[in-house]
Design a protein around this ligand. Sequence first.
Ligand code: CP
Length: 313
Amino acid sequence: MQLQRKDILGLQDMTADEIGLILDTAISHKEILSRPVKKVPILRGKSICTLFYENSTRTRTSFELAAKIMSADTTSISVAGSAVNKGESFKDTLLTLEAMGIDLFVIRHSASGSSHFASQTVKSCVVNAGDGTHEHPTQGLLDMLTMVENKERLDGLKVVIVGDIMHSRVARSNIWGLSRMGAQVRVCGPSTLLPAEIDKLPVQKHTNLDEALEGADVVNILRIQLERMDRGFFPSVREYCRLFGINKQRLRKCADDVLVMHPGPMNRGIEIAPDVADGEFAVITDQVTNGVAVRMALLYLLLGGGSTNVASA
Ligand code: CP
């Protein structure tokens, strides 16, 4: 099977077969990461541009590593230091870079829908690396890969997403992807941080964390966006931590082999206790490693070919 797409813009419209293909391809590509020489020639001659209008450590670095491991040429554009600071528009920036021969753009932008706009503006491939509060599809995929590796299934898995659901593109991509793959998704947070459209999403809604965690196979903990604190979404950080912070005691409500996940960056001591972040159930660094594998898989499927067999590369 081949991925019949030019772009990866979100998981909302992705089929279970497409998600399965990406996860299978990521599993086969992950082996390359354990080789002494992490280099394969699959994308030689391809040019990839990471175009980030917002900060990033994990997403940007893992896309660049993935591209380099596969021998693609990479160019990295930040708003600081580019002609965007002289007032160049998003459209002109895209057209300028495409004219230089970019085959695939990886784009992070504060505006929801920016990757859709980019996909209609350029003929090159576009991968959404996070657009506003809309979607972060590669995070959703790497989270699913981490669940599959540890639980050997997604179908029927009880996954609780805790925190600021309203502003979280990670939550939306997890909700769409996991529900498409048959998982039971529960979301939990203060009612002020649950989006107005929550009842239209394929989730169970909770405002009581202990109820939400009952029998959970996976707890995916979202970052509290401290930069939004001044808008009064919850009374205080201390209050948030008391009601929605994940600590060891709370984990006892979950399944015995619960997975603790966090997309990063973490606010240790707020949404996640330090001994949970570093504890036996946490797979947070595994998520980061899987981010490289998933991004290799996507670059390969969009630019390189359709087979999942890279063992001979
Ligand atoms: N999870 C995530 O998107 O992290 P970065 O902001 O560091 O890319």
